[in-house]
Ligand binder design. Sequence first.
Ligand code: MF3
Ligand code: CO
Ligand code: CO
Length: 268
Amino acid sequence: MEQQGGESRRITIHHPDDFEGMRRAGRLAAETLDMITPHVKPGVTTGQIDRIIHDFIVANHAIPATLGYRGYTKSSCISINHVVCHGIPGDRVLVAGDILNIDVTVIVDGWHGDSSRMYVAGQPSTKARLLMDVTYESMMRGLSVIKPGATLGDIGHAIQTFVERHRFSVVRDFCGHGIGRRFHEPPNVLHFGRPGEGPVLRPGMFFTVEPMVNAGRPEVKILDDGWTAVTRDRSLSAQFEHMVGVTEDGVEVFTISPAGLHKPPYGV
Ligand code: MF3
Ligand code: CO
Ligand code: CO
């Protein structure tokens, strides 16, 4: 996700032919998240998961977009429990009850495919299960309002109201982003807001919706590695990410799981 702040630049309007490139990139991102599902279990390290993801992406003639991105050296971000986003894969061993977000971005023929889902090692706590369910549902509610003439504020409002109704909080410091031939481009897609505010959606806009939801307060801090964002109060955090295109009459989601693995429990 993109860290917030920065000027408002112009939002790219893509040609109808460009949707096909985004379908292929989005599908491979989703297939990568499907593929990794049975590997997420107690005893595995996040570094091992990242290696499997790397090899799968490369075997599919694609490039992991995060490799070398602003100095990042891994093919995925893996964010466990109170890690909000940008967790760096390494020697951390998964233990029963961990919840984790795995975020992958692939480049296929120059087009970026960016998606993330939550996973569980073993069984989650009741609270963790609710947090993941609310986060997934908030993303889907955000997606459901996308159509030409709606605004980014409509999306943020749909997400925020649902999350806060459940007494969880929306992270403010990271947002979704425009995407396409570049990994991150305008607009910033805030996961909070007011109806009717912000840029108006037009056919041909490509962006991500990727709410981060905390069980406690919304504040985050970045660890000394310069990447890992954690909740300041150490409460659990969850995130899902889809990548979409605005169509003439609504929205096309490019990153739907071909295997039907939308949210935990995946039963594999
Ligand atoms: N995939 C993340 C996003 O959703 C960005 C990760 S950038 C990295 O935008 F460098 F941290 F990998
Ligand atoms: Co993203
Ligand atoms: Co992502």
